[in-house]
Structure formats: structure tokens, C-alpha cells
Design a protein around this ligand. Sequence first.
Ligand code: ATP
Length: 302
Amino acid sequence: MTKAIKTGRRPPGGGPAGGAAAGGTGPAGGHGAAVSVSGVGIGFGSFQAVQEISLDIAAGEFLCLLGPSGCGKSTLLSSLAGFVPVRQGRLTVDGTAVTGPDPGRGMVFQSSEALFDWMTVRQNVAFGPRMRGRSRAEQKKVADEYLGLVGLRHCADRFPGQLSGGMRQRVQIARVLANEPRVVLMDEPFGALDAQTRQVMQEEMARIWQASGCTVVFVTHDIDEAIVLADRIAVMTAGPAATIKNVYQVDLARPRDDTAPESVELRAALRRDIGEEVRKALREQGVEDPPEDPADGPREER
Ligand SMILES: Nc1ncnc2c1ncn2[C@@H]1O[C@H](COP(=O)(O)OP(=O)(O)OP(=O)(O)O)[C@@H](O)[C@H]1O
């Protein structure tokens, strides 16, 4: 039986649910790492963006971070990437403290401008292996392997500017995976795509994740996207000093059926959580009577 279970504020670091290829091996034999976020606070100057964040993410798990705009999702992801130091608490990957960027933690951004426009698609994907001193033959082999995984081997000799937005995002994902990361951090990677392409990319992402065996931390505004992709969904409170409001286990068979009663129930719970936080933020901004249903308020979630 499938079910969605609210596991509360500080869940134990249980393994992935839903029968995914958790901890499996990818095309290059990679596998996910366990990520621990323990009592983490992050700030900028006098501003405390997030505080007391604790999450244990199992090796090979797909965790979605969901929350109102500006609550600190990207900030937490940037700290996991090693770009922003934490002020309080500790971040570890397989028990080793995160102290800076590392190729073992790959980041996929919302904008595919991160690609090198003057390089072909294959050269973009081969960039990491090239930097690591792999031979030309190995670079090509790895690039073609990951381009195959994202369904773009036929585009290897094209330039990014000759591809659609969805294709460019797939190249970005292949480029990150070619570094054989054990953790992939994704910051609204499909946020700039049209609805149809986004849906296709979500299906592709589920397949790529299962094939690669990576641990994924995926930031999104989109409740439906989180339900399609996640083993667990961590909902953040509104900032400043945002923290984890609730964590939901998504024990739904893959591919996900968004009309299943459990999906409908989970969507309602997530909308309620986000709605409460959006209304709280609006009240703090001086809006006296924010709308009851978040769907009537700012479109921070779907
Ligand atoms: N470099 C920085 N300097 C100062 N404040 C920052 C910096 N980066 C982020 N912030 C602040 O930290 C808070 C969290 O920002 P963040 O971008 O992490 O939120 P978010 O949840 O990812 O938002 P969105 O969903 O809109 O992308 C915001 O108030 C933002 O203004």
C-alpha cells in the first residue's frame, strides 16, 4: 500500500522509500553519499537566513526542499555545495565536514547559462574529466556515456545555443554527472521551462536519478514537482531565521500517479503548510487579511 506519512520536524535519517535504486551504481559505478545537516544556521551580516536546520539524508535518497519564496532554500543548498559557510551547526557528507566546494557535490542551477557556449555539448560534458587529467579517449567515453543517459548523444557536436531550454538543462545535468558526484544539488533546475517541457524533464530526472544512484537535494517552489520526484519532502518555514516545518515521507510507487488518493492527500497537506507560511510572511509584511487559500495568494507554489 502506498501512503504519505508526515514524519515530523526532526526525522531520523531513514533510507529512501518507493523502491528507487537507492545507493545503486551509476554508469560510471558511482553511488550516493549520506548527507547530515545538524543544527545549522546560516546568515549574512546581521541577517539570520536560516536556523536550527536538522536533516539526515540517506545515501541515494531524493530529498526535495520546499518553502515560500525567500525562506532560505537556495542558501541551504549553497552551504551544502560549500559556497556559503554555516554559522552554527555542522554539515557532513559521509561523515566528512563540508568546508568548501568539492567535485563530489555537483550543483545544477536554474539557468543553463552555466554552460560554456563556445564549447560543443560533448566538450561541455567532458570539461570535468578533462580538468581531472583524463585522456582524450576517456573524456569522450565519459561524455558520451552521460549524454546517452540524458538522451542527447545525437547532439554531442552541437553548441548549447543550438539546443532548446530543456535540452540545455539535460546537458547541464550530464555535465554535473560526468564528475561522478555522490551528491547532486539542484536549485529549481526546471523553473525556467514551460509546463510541458518541465513535466518531461521531471520524468527524465526520476529516470536519471534511478540510473545514477546519486543522493539528490532538489530545491523547488512546486508542490507537484516535489510529489513526482521526492522520497521525502522537507517543508521550510518562512524566513527570516527559517527552519524545517515538517518532513513528509512519500511512499508512493514510481512513476507517480498524481490522481492517487495518497497524492491528493499529500498535496493538500503541503498546500496547507506552505499556505500557513505565506500568510505568516504576508502578515509580517503588514498585510492584515491575507487570503485563506494559498492559491489565492502569491504564486509561490502550485
Ligand atoms: N548573499 C546574500 N547576502 C545577503 N542576504 C542574502 C544573500 N543570499 C540570500 N540572502 C537572503 O537570505 C534569504 C534567503 O534567500 P534564498 O535565496 O536562500 O531564499 P529561497 O528560499 O531560495 O528563495 P526563492 O525561492 O525565492 O529562490 C533572503 O532573505 C535573501 O534576501
